[in-house]
Design a binder for this molecule. Structure first.
Ligand code: CU
Length: 165
C-alpha cells in the first residue's frame, strides 16, 4: 500500500495531513517517477510546501528587530569641547543613524572602528551618519577637525553591548 493511499483514507485533520505530507513526500517521489496517480500526492506536496513556507514566514517574523527594522536614531550635538551625549549605547548588530550637528564652530565626528568620519560646519542642519554596530566593545568618538585648545579633550564613547543570543 502506498503511503498516499494510507493517508487518503478517512478524514485526517488538516494539521495531521500537513505533518504526514511533510514526512511522506520523500517516499512519494518513486511513485511519481513511475507515473502513478499523483493528484493526492500533489496536494500533499502542496501542503508540505505550505508548511515550509509557514516555517519560513515564522522565522522571518522572529528576526531580530535590530536588523529587521529602521535604524536607531540618536541626536548628537558637538560643541567646544564635548560631545552630547558623551556616551552612546547601542546593541551589537544594530543599525544606527547619528544625527549630528555642531552647536558652535567647525568640528568633526569620527568613530574609527565603524569608518565614521564626518566634518561638521557651524550651525548646520544635522548631518545623518549611518552605520551598523557590527562589533561589541567600547569605541572612542573623537573630533576629526581641529577646533581649538580643547580639541584633544573631546572624547565620547560608543558602547556596543553584546547581543543576547
Ligand atoms: Cu575638534
Amino acid at each position: 500500500m502506498a503511503p498516499a493511499d494510507a493517508v487518503s483514507r478517512g478524514t485526517p485533520r488538516s494539521a495531521d495531513l500537513q505533518v504526514r505530507g511533510f514526512q511522506a513526500s520523500p517516499l512519494l517521489i518513486p511513485g511519481q517517477v513511475l507515473g502513478r496517480p499523483t493528484l493526492f500526492a500533489d496536494s500533499i506536496a502542496v501542503a508540505g510546501t505550505a508548511l515550509l513556507l509557514g516555517v519560513a514566514a515564522m522565522s522571518y517574523a522572529h528576526q531580530d528587530p535590530a536588523t529587521a527594522s529602521a535604524p536607531r536614531v540618536i541626536e548628537v550635538v558637538v560643541k567646544r569641547f564635548a560631545f552630547e551625549p558623551a556616551r552612546i549605547e547601542v546593541t551589537e548588530g544594530e543599525r544606527v543613524r547619528l544625527m549630528v550637528k555642531s552647536a558652535d564652530g567647525p568640528h568633526g565626528i569620527a568613530i574609527k572602528k565603524f569608518k565614521v568620519s564626518q566634518a561638521l560646519k557651524r550651525g548646520d542642519q544635522p548631518v545623518s551618519i549611518e552605520f551598523t554596530a557590527a562589533a561589541a566593545g567600547e569605541f572612542p568618538i573623537l573630533c576629526s577637525e581641529y577646533c581649538g585648545e580643547g580639541h584633544d579633550d573631546m572624547k565620547g564613547m560608543l558602547v556596543v553591548t553584546v547581543k543576547e543570543r
